[in-house]
Write a protein that binds this ligand. Structure first.
Ligand code: AMP
Ligand code: MN
Ligand code: MN
Length: 330
């Protein structure tokens, strides 16, 4: 596959650093999603192929949805991490717009060289080497090019991980970040052994009953604002408990208010289990840049999918978000 991309130099530099490294620490963002998990496991498996000692670390566990992915033995959570596992020759941040996005995993991010691989437009370029392309569908797409540059064979296991990352971040090729390059990479991954129907089945047809119960409760809170252009749902700790569900299962619920005809901005307010406050998921369809709104609240993300944590109660969080939204042209 020929690479006509702007960052050939960065991939080459990263490839050289990783080839020279013995111990590599790979970090995902807090509450890891399909892209950070797919990119993380794909890169960790690539490092294993090169005979490296690679650890994939995250603050929070992987949701059980991703249990089907290969390479899980390379992943640990911060509570199981030991400082003796280091020091590392290279630390790779994946899908993190800034260092803080890795949460408590940052404590172990001590290495000779910091590599930053990401596709957020808000990325602060915090690495010694930055492979950052907001035009990429996902971090998994960038990891694919990195492994190709390094001439690491894309094994079936690596392909399954990277394909999962790509379809997670593109909503199975539905969102605006889907480009012909995304399909080219996906095609290559399918040739390498990723099975689209099996992976889609794992991601979209293996829901738990508790997720559906929680979704039902969340949808009962649906409210429309700004002449039906903004749709909002909320999820309290009590609702999660009553549904026998978990905070992780709130992922994806924001897609339902977004799916309403005429809605431009969708919001999902989620009370955090740690009591710190409320996580807000923002989605937009085609005009409003929700990453700006999320940034104004101390969060970040992409123009069409962003998030922020707001300290305080559900009512306080809603007040803050709706007062910012009322200033937006929606
Ligand atoms: P979510 O609504 O949690 O699925 O998040 C959507 C996107 O927003 C994620 O893929 C991240 O890019 C970004 N994001 C979510 N929460 C935060 C946060 N607290 N800080 C920065 N970016 C975030
Ligand atoms: Mn992510
Ligand atoms: Mn991503």
């Amino acid at each position: 596959m020929t690479m006509s991309v702007a960052w050939r130099e960065e991939t080459t530099q990263i490839g050289e650093v990783l080839r020279q490294s013995e111990k590599v620490l790979i970090l995902e963002h807090e509450k890891p999603d399909g892209d950070s998990i797919g990119a993380g496991l794909g890169l960790a498996l690539g490092m294993l192929f090169l005979g490296k000692n690679a650890i994939l670390l995250s603050q929070d566990p992987h949701p059980s949805t991703y249990d089907f992915l290969p390479g899980r033995h390379l992943h640990i959570v911060v509570s199981d991490m030991k400082s003796e596992y280091g020091p590392f020759d290279a630390v790779v941040f994946l899908d993190c717009a800034d260092r803080a996005r890795a949460g408590a995993a940052v404590e172990f991010a001590k290495g000779d060289i910091v590599i930053n691989i990401d596709h957020h437009v808000t990325n602060s370029m915090f690495g010694d080497i930055n492979l950052v392309d907001p035009g990429a569908s996902s971090t998994s797409e960038l990891v694919f090019y990195l492994l190709k540059t390094m001439q690491v064979p894309i094994t079936r296991n690596i392909a399954i991980c990277l394909y999962t990352g790509i379809i997670s971040d593109t909503g199975a090729f539905r969102y605006e970040n889907t480009t012909s390059r995304t399909f080219a990479v996906a095609s290559h991954l399918v040739d390498a052994g990723a099975d689209p129907s099996r992976i889609a089945n794992q991601l979209y047809e293996c829901r738990t009953a508790s997720f559906l119960l929680l979704l039902g409760k969340a949808l009962q809170t649906l409210s429309l604002h700004h002449d039906g252009k903004v749709a909002s749902v909320e999820i309290t700790r009590e609702m999660i408990r009553d549904a026998g569900s978990s905070f992780q299962e709130t992922d994806g619920i924001v897609d339902y208010p977004r799916s309403i005809e005429g809605v431009e901005v969708a919001l999902c307010f989620k009370e955090r289990p740690d009591g710190i406050g409320v996580d807000v998921s923002f989605r937009s369809k085609c005009r409003v840049d929700v990453s700006k709104i999320a940034e104004a609240l101390g969060g970040g993300g992409h123009p069409r999918a962003a998030g922020a944590t707001i300290t305080g109660s559900m009512e306080e969080a809603k007040d803050k978000v709706f007062s910012l939204l009322s200033k937006e042209q929606i």
